[in-house]
Ligand binder design. Structure first.
Ligand SMILES: Cc1cc2nc3c(=O)[nH]c(=O)nc-3n(C[C@H](O)[C@H](O)[C@H](O)COP(=O)(O)OP(=O)(O)OC[C@H]3O[C@@H](n4cnc5c(N)ncnc54)[C@H](O)[C@@H]3O)c2cc1C
Length: 594
């Protein structure tokens, strides 16, 4: 071979090595899987092939947040999904990666009304400045509080501006909430020691025994919130999860509790256009591919992923974006996952069962108008329901409303005619959604029984007469063990982003130290972090997670944290939360030294 040919060959080999192409298989097509894929597909070297394998045949995008249409063409989802004010990374994905105008797909910030089994407890105020109209939409029945609202630090703004029902919570109950400040300040959102300490006790024990809230405040306010946010009773949710969840969803910044809701199904508004964008970037999205095998390739370099239909994929890296309980199932049959050091306690993760019930009703003879809070101000739901939900189309209800079926089940009621454009336009039906959380027993009922229970739950929660309605259509989604359960000890079992060589994971159950976020936002953030880690390990160019950090502590919280640190130092308490002074008697009686 002449020198010239040798040089050409060398050049060819050099170019070949520079453009070495990698393949990554992402298992699961929800927020986490799509975020990871979108981040990887931004590789400036275009040196990576990304394939998403999603189990659901009808829904190749969206995961728990996705949806489909019934035989009669009506949209169905596994529950309605809200976007809290601090979902900064999710909002950026919608804007920059999918190219959406947020005001086209999401409602303005919307208040919600909280009910306990005894009736209405409070209306959460909207404290944010309206995104669209540039106005403050805060409301308080107290004009003095309203006028000083701008100077109230969080979380006092939410606490003082919420419109509480005096019959449910008296002044003593509300003052007892001050005790929670010590735990909130003591619990470091990103501190493994804090997580370790508070992961060992239940939320109920923390709030009642250490935080010193009155039993009434716990029953009327704290417990209903636990039933719908981390979706469980305080006795079965860890104190760490409760503190982290309340911080993220309610306490961290002004208006953190404000929520925007999609104006229609997330599949139509978000995941369909997102899938198109991903495919334009070369990502392959394959529905109907339930993965049942993840093993190392025989040469030990890379992975082989198999789906139930027998198809096989080789990959340089695999990202599991399937949710914790599904990951545990995959591990059962996978030698590679069993050997992955980072996945060693995945089988200890648990799931919460949700039942989402959408009921289309014959409309009331005339609409009820002038209703507050929603994207639309009228509804043809029965008058009694419309009036009971006059402040907001969203009612958040704690457990125990009807016995025995709802003993441990919290739920949300949505008037979809006031939230979704498509339902608002439908003249022949009104539409009610009842999403029930921790609903294992209910998931086993027939569709008819669930609809009947949901309607009874609505009338019982809203304290109105039993509903006499004609059901035109219904759709029931049973999401069994599908939502991450943050029980006592769950933080200790949560894996990180990297499980082992070539194996990564993302989702809302991933180790919660590192970015104080929950649910959708957590799935998006960990999706991006997993993609960045894969890119780093494979040497892909230009892949940047660009995760927006969680909001920094407010000056008030920073001061409280300093105080909490001093108390912990002086008291010598190491293992457990420091109790507030008015619970000390209880501790002495118990003979326990925290
Ligand atoms: C009723 C309900 C209401 C909710 N409300 C809110 C809300 O208001 N706001 C909010 O932020 N969050 C909410 N959530 C939580 C939110 O839906 C989740 O945090 C989010 O969907 C997590 O996204 P993910 O991508 O990690 O997992 P998932 O959405 O669970 O997606 C995982 C995907 O993996 C697929 N999969 C599983 N196993 C396999 C396999 N073996 N092979 C291939 N694919 C597989 C599944 O089909 C699924 O599509 C709610 C959840 C429910 C159920």
């Amino acid at each position: 071979m002449c020198v010239q040919h040798q040089l050409q060959l060398l050049l060819f080999l050099a170019v070949l090595s520079l453009t070495k192409s990698y393949s990554v298989v992402v298992i699961g097509g929800g927020w986490a899987g799509y975020s990871a894929s979108s981040t990887l597909a931004s590789s400036s070297g275009a040196d990576v092939e990304v394939t998403i394998l999603e189990a659901s045949p009808r829904n190749s995008g969206g995961g728990l947040a996705g949806g489909w249409r019934t035989a009669s063409g009506r949209p169905v989802e596994a529950g309605i999904h809200g976007f809290w004010r601090e979902y900064q990374n999710t909002f950026r994905v919608m804007r920059d990666e999918i190219g959406l105008d947020l005001d086209d797909v999401l409602s303005d910030f919307t208040p919600s009304v909280l009910f306990s089994k005894n009736g209405r407890v409070a209306t959460a105020p909207v404290l944010a400045t309206s995104a669209r109209k540039g106005r403050k939409s805060s409301k308080s029945s107290n004009p003095i509080l309203s006028s000083i609202y701008g100077s109230l630090p969080p979380p006092l703004d939410t606490a003082l501006l919420a419109d509480f029902d005096e019959k449910r919570l008296n002044l003593q109950d509300r003052i007892s909430a001050v005790g929670l400040l010590s735990g909130w300040a003591d619990f470091g959102q990103e501190d493994p020691d804090s997580w370790g300490r508070y992961d060992k006790i239940s939320a109920a024990e923390f709030f009642l025994d250490y935080g010193g809230v009155t039993p009434n405040l716990y029953a009327e306010l704290v417990s209903p919130m636990l039933h719908v946010l981390p979706m469980g009773p305080g006795s079965d949710i860890s104190a760490a999860a409760a503190l982290s969840c309340f911080h993220v969803f309610a306490l961290q910044t002004r208006g953190a509790f404000d929520v925007r809701w999609a104006k229609g199904s997330l599949s139509d508004l978000i995941f369909d256009p997102w899938r198109v964008k991903l495919e334009e970037k070369g990502v392959r999205v394959e529905g109907g591919k339930r993965v049942n095998g993840i093993e190392r390739a025989e040469d030990g370099d890379g992975m082989v992923v198999t789906a139930e239909d027998g198809s096989e994929y080789t990959a340089d890296a695999v990202i599991l974006a399937v949710g914790g309980t599904s990951a545990a199932k995959l591990k059962e049959g996978s030698k590679a996952l069993k050997e992955a050091e980072g996945a060693k306690r995945v089988e200890d993760l648990r799931g919460v069962t949700c039942v989402a019930t959408r009921i289309w009703l014959e409309p009331a003879p005339s609409p009820t108008t002038g209703l507050g809070g929603g994207a639309y101000s009228s509804t043809t739901l029965p008058k009694a329901v419309a009036r009971a939900m006059g402040e907001s189309p969203i009612a958040v209800v704690g457990a125990g409303v009807l016995l025995p079926e709802l003993e441990e089940t919290g739920f949300c009621i949505y008037d979809l005619q006031r939230m979704h454009a498509e339902q608002h336009m439908a003249e022949d039906t009104a539409c009610l959604e009842v999403d029930m959380y921790r609903a294992d027993g209910i998931a086993d009922m027939s569709d008819d029984e669930i609809v009947e229970l949901a309607l009874r739950a609505v009338s019982s929660a809203l304290k109105i007469d039993p509903l006499q309605v004609n059901v035109v259509d219904r759709a029931i989604v049973r999401a069994r063990n599908a939502v991450s359960h943050f029980n006592i000890g769950s933080a200790a079992a949560s894996p990180g982003i990297k499980w082992g060589r070539n194996v990564y994971a993302c989702g809302d159950y991933i180790d919660r130290q590192g970015h104080a976020s929950w649910s959708t936002e957590k799935a998006v953030v960990t999706g991006k972090q997993a993609a960045e880690r894969v890119a780093k390990d494979l040497g892909l160019k230009g892949v940047k997670a660009r995760v927006i950090p969680a909001a920094p502590d407010t000056p008030q919280l920073s001061n409280l944290r300093r105080l909490a640190k001093s108390i912990r130092r002086v008291s010598g308490a190491q293992r457990l939360p420091v109790p507030v002074p008015w619970t000390i008697g209880k501790w002495i009686r118990k003979g326990v030294r925290p």
